[in-house]
Design a protein around this ligand. Structure first.
Ligand code: C5P
Length: 223
């Protein structure tokens, strides 16, 4: 039997990636964190495509796509992102990347660059992909679609703790500002905005633990 294709979309810091990773392990399928790809391109741009005033030069970035090789590799049982053979899994979580990623992700050129490779990965089935436009644009025919949401206060707390656990300096107020700003840009952009697919199951996990959210998703997958 063909293994399922599962799309998980939702707001920033609703636990999409960590939840998807555990579900993938339980079901023996692949997990793709598409946000990491947008973060990887943003990291590349911050390293290689800056104007004199330190803003990102978009034209230069678009001209550099042929120089960008993003690849997930297995590193001690964990899939981590490599940019041109260098492990950038920690760098992509930096505040600098978080502050710029939504401006990069709203560019048509960037979305086009990443679209086909995401679709190719789902061709054979057996994948859970998390992001913002998976159920609406990348995999509109996914077998299951979920849309995760939670209060901004709860999401701020989670993201703040995540940054601290990664050893990244963080200020709770700035974390909240970044989440609000990203959600706004992601929801209002012209191409592939963050929104619930009509046939997606909505899960508000403000009051749920990670384990409870996973159980809720697994229950829907069984039905
Ligand atoms: O999932 P994560 O928070 O790491 O995603 C970082 C950013 O990447 C999002 O705020 C959004 O701008 C962009 N993104 C996107 N489409 C996706 C996944 C992420 O635009 N499918």
């Amino acid at each position: 039997m063909k293994k399922p294709v599962i799309a998980i979309d939702g707001f920033s810091s609703t636990g999409k990636s960590s939840i998807s990773k555990i579900i993938a392990e339980k079901l023996g399928i692949v997990h793709l964190d598409t946000g990491a790809l947008y973060r990887g391109i943003t990291w590349f741009a911050l390293q290689n495509c800056l104007n004199e005033d330190q803003t990102i030069n978009l034209e230069q970035l678009f001209d550099s796509f042929s120089l960008i090789e993003l690849e997930f590799k297995n590193d001690n049982g964990e899939l981590v992102l490599f940019l041109n053979h260098i492990n950038i899994s920690k760098e992509i979580r930096s505040n600098e990347v978080s502050d710029n990623v939504s401006l990069i992700a709203k560019q048509k050129e960037v979305r086009d660059f990443l679209l086909q490779s995401q679709r190719n990965l789902a061709e054979k089935g057996g994948i859970i992909m998390d992001g913002r436009d998976i159920g609406t644009v990348v995999l509109p025919n996914a077998d299951f679609k979920f849309f995760l949401t939670a209060s901004i206060e709860e999401r701020t707390k989670r993201r703040y703790q995540e940054l601290l656990s990664l050893g990244i300096e963080a200020d709770e107020k700035q974390v909240k500002q970044n989440l609000v700003a990203r959600d706004k840009i992601d929801s209002e952009r012209e191409i592939a905005p963050l929104k619930r697919a009509e046939d997606a199951i909505v899960i508000d996990n403000t009051m749920l633990t990670k384990k409870e959210t996973i159980e809720s998703i697994l229950t829907h997958l069984k039905n």
